[in-house]
Structures are given as C-alpha cells and as structure tokens.
Write a protein that binds this ligand. Sequence first.
Ligand code: GLY
Ligand code: MN
Ligand code: MN
Length: 356
Amino acid sequence: MISRLYEMLSGEMQGVLITDPYSLRYYTGFCGGEGIALCTKEEAVLYVDSRYTEAAAGEVKDAASGFIVREYNHDAPLFDQLRDQLTKASAETVGFEDRSMVCSTFTKYHKELGCRLIPLEDALLIPRQIKTDAELAYLRKAEAIGDQAFSHILTVLKPGITELEVAAELEYTMKKCGAGGLSFDTIVASGIHSSMPHAIPTEKKLENGDFVTMDFGCIYKGYCSDMTRTVVIGKASAEQRKVYETVLQAQLAAMEGLRPGMQCREVDTIARDLIRDAGYGEYFGHGLGHSVGLYIHESPALNTRDETVLVPGMIETIEPGIYIPGFGGVRIEDMGVVTREGYESFATSRKELIEV
Ligand code: GLY
Ligand code: MN
Ligand code: MN
C-alpha cells in the first residue's frame, strides 16, 4: 500500500502525514493505534513511543509495509524528528487526514511543523474500498464467528432473560470463538424497544410475543463483521409476520439485484421501493447498507445519495428494516462482497422467521 502514498507525492505534496488509527494499520501494519506516520520521497517512518516500539517493529515487518519505526521520547521529541524528516525531503506541503484529525491537533501540527498542511479528504480511504484476498478472508471469518454466536443465542433465548443478558451471551460467544473484540456496541432490542434501530440493551426481560432484534459484530485480525437477526418469542402475530416477510423480501431482492457497475443508490432503491409498495415506506428511515473493513462503517454506502459505482471486492451490508413506534421493528442484515456476478453474502444464519 505504500505505493499509493508515493503516488500522492508526485503532485504538489511532498509529504503524507497519517494519524488515523485505521489508516495507520492499513498503510503501515501497526496495530497499536497511537502513532504518527510520515511518508516523504526519502523515507516512510512510523513514529511511536516506548509503549509500542517493540510491537510496532514486528507488525511493520510482518506487514512488509515499507515503513521503518522510530521511537520518540524526551531525548528525541516527535516534532523535532518530523521537522528533520521534512527538511531532508525539502517538503513544504504535507497532506493530512482532515476527516479524522480534531481541530486542536491540527492547530498543534500547523504550529510545530511550519509547513503548509493540505486536506487529503478521501484519498487514503478510497484504496480501502476494494478489499484484497487476505482482507476478504478475515472479513469472512469475522462474519462466520457472528453466525456461531447466533446459533448459540437461539439456545439461550426464552421469556424472562434480559436484553443485557442476551447481549452478554452474544459477546462472550464471539470472543470464545476467536474474536479479538467487538466491532460496535451490541444491540439487543425487544418488544416495543425494537422500533428503535440503534436501541441500547436494557434490563427489560424478554416476553412472549416480543420481536427481538439482535445486531452484533466482532473484530477478527482487525476486520469487522456486522449481522442482524430478528426473532419472535413465542408465536408471531399476523402483523408481525407481514412486517418480517416484507423486510426479508426487501433484503433478498437487493441481494439478488445487486450487480457490479450499478451505483450504490440503485441498490438502496430496490429495497426501499419494495418496502414502500408494501405500505411501510415511512418506517424505513436509514440507508440500506454500508461498507465494512477495519472500521465498521466504511465507504461506499448503499443509501439514497451515494453514486459510487460498485466494483467486485467491495464489501457491503444489506440491512433493510421496518420500525413502527409502539409496535416494534425488524431488521435483517448480512455482510457480503460484490462479486463479478453480483453479491455473495458471508452470513449463513437462517433468515426465515424464527419463533423461539
Ligand atoms: N450495527 C451497526 C450497523 O448495522 O450499521
Ligand atoms: Mn449491524
Ligand atoms: Mn450495519
């Protein structure tokens, strides 16, 4: 990936500064998060403090990223070293990650580096849209761990256990199955709580007749998974069945209709039109999906606005939902990859309405 950084240096920029933890991992291999990388024509250097020096050296080497590691400390302060590197490269203009750098950090760099800082906008994010085979393997494994957690939770769900207990079981199972962490805070929403797409789990106990929406994901070798399943405790009502079937048909239609070469927004339209035609249009407020990688919400996104053309190797979630206040809600979400033929879901968990 270092070649991408060198390509950027051929223009008006003589340096690329990387400060975002996900960019650091992608471009240098460093997993520790707190570091600063500076790439100039002469050198690609990752600067870390003593907490990370040993680990970073190994990670950078394993990733064969082309970066070298230098420690900064009291005797060799960070900004002195950055200024030296810029001086050696006669660098007067340096790109920085304006999408993630907070204003106070920008002010500090601007003052200390004494060079012109120009925003990189999406330049470091675009290469991350198309996954390598190794990245795809990690993402597939992360989603498979989610499948294992869902199989397990079906043996646990019953009236009387709380949303928090369900979330804890999902999280524990994913970690037991090899997850290094969670890709976001687990959502478990039951009964009327399920009309809130991103509800926070509570001590509410599951009751007969509840929809239970579980949205969970883990991190495997740095890569995230994302999956949602909704089940009913006891017997589903006719209206619950209708809502569930509508969401499922919208998801399947989008998965089957997606083709490389389509714009993201066209895939959103497939599901949105189906939900609208079933009479639930006003209850589907969020986008259909998003890309996933080192970070849970990456670009491009399947929504009403994103005109990015889909290309094989892009990851997308497909996650339509219907959320009716006072009644409850359903979301069904798979994560998968755009292929030459269409779309392949990584999730294998059942999607017909499950009554437990
Ligand atoms: N869990 C967050 C999402 O599905 O986007
Ligand atoms: Mn999700
Ligand atoms: Mn999602």
